[in-house]
Design a protein around this ligand. Structure first.
Ligand SMILES: Nc1ncnc2c1ncn2[C@@H]1O[C@H](COP(=O)(O)OP(=O)(O)O)[C@@H](O)[C@H]1O
Ligand SMILES: [Mg+2]
Length: 220
C-alpha cells in the first residue's frame, strides 16, 4: 500500500536518512523507534509526502509520490492521510470544533455534517465542553486530543503520528494514545507511529528501529 525503497535525505551536509526501506500493508500498525536525531521524523515526513527524498522513492498505491504534481500529492494527503505531531499545531484562530471540521470541509463535506461528526469525536475524546474554545484557551492535553480527532475524522487510509504524546505528562499521554489506537482500529486505518516509548512497540504489528539514518539490521 505504502512503501519506500532505499530513501535518503540530507539537510545540507547532515544526512538524516541514509537508505531506508519501508513497507506498510492495509490495517497494519508500524512503530518507528530510535534515539533522538536518528531520522524518525524525517522518515515519517517522507512517507507522508511532506518531504521529498534526495534518493529512492516513496510509492503510494503504486504511484511514486515524488513524480506526482503538487496538486495530486496535496489531494492524496488531504483525503488518504491523517497526521498528528508532537505539538498539536491546530489553527490558532479557529475553535477546536472548527479545527476538527477542517479535513471534512476541505474534502467536500457539508458544514452541518462536518460539525456533527467533529462534535461526536470531541465528545468521545472528552473535550466536547471545550469545542468552542480556541487552542490557546485549553490545556496541552486537550489541544492534543483535538489534534487526534482532526487526524482521524475523515477516516483516512493511513494515520501518521510523530511522538503524538511526547509533550504530555505520562497519564494524559497514555489516555490520548489509547484513544488514538481505538479510533484508528475502528476506522480500519493503518498507523505509522514514531515514538521513543518502547512500551508502545508492543502494540505494533511491526517495529522499525532507526539508528543514524539507517534501519537497524539487528532488529528481530
Ligand atoms: N529541517 C532540518 N534542518 C536541518 N537539519 C535537520 C532538519 N530536520 C532534521 N535535521 C537533522 O536530521 C537528523 C535527523 O532528524 P530527525 O528526523 O528529526 O530525527 P528524530 O525524529 O529521530 O529525532 C538530525 O541530525 C537532525 O538534526
Ligand atoms: Mg523527531
Amino acid at each position: 500500500m505504502l512503501s519506500a525503497k532505499n530513501i535518503a535525505l540530507s539537510f545540507g551536509a547532515t544526512p538524516a536518512l541514509r537508505g531506508v526501506d519501508f513497507e506498510l500493508r492495509s490495517g497494519e500498525c508500524v512503530t518507528v523507534v530510535g534515539p533522538s536525531g536518528s531520522g524518525k521524523s524525517t522518515l515519517l515526513f517522507c512517507l507522508a509526502g511532506i518531504l521529498t527524498p534526495d534518493r529512492g522513492e516513496v510509492t503510494w498505491q503504486g504511484k511514486p509520490l515524488s513524480r506526482l504534481d503538487d496538486e495530486t500529492r496535496a489531494a492524496i494527503r488531504l483525503r488518504d492521510f491523517g497526521i498528528v505531531l508532537q505539538f498539536a499545531r491546530l489553527v490558532p484562530e479557529l475553535s477546536l470544533l472548527e479545527n476538527v471540521m477542517l479535513p471534512l470541509l476541505l474534502t467536500g463535506a457539508r458544514r452541518r455534517e462536518a460539525a456533527r461528526r467533529a462534535l461526536h469525536l470531541l465528545e468521545r475524546l472528552g473535550v466536547a465542553t471545550h469545542a468552542d474554545r480556541r487552542p490557546a484557551q485549553v490545556s496541552g492535553g486537550q489541544a492534543q486530543r483535538a489534534a487526534i480527532a482532526r487526524a482521524v475524522v475523515h477516516e483516512p487510509t493511513v494515520v501518521f503520528a510523530d511522538e503524538p504524546t511526547g509533550a504530555l505528562d505520562r497519564q494524559t499521554g497514555d489516555v490520548a494514545l489509547r484513544m488514538l489506537f481505538e479510533l484508528v482500529e475502528e476506522s480500519g486505518s493503518s498507523l505509522v507511529m514514531v515514538t521513543h516509548d518502547e512500551r508502545l512497540a508492543t502494540r505494533a504489528t511491526r517495529v522499525i528501529r532507526l539508528a543514524d539514518g539507517r534501519a537497524d539490521p539487528t532488529e528481530p
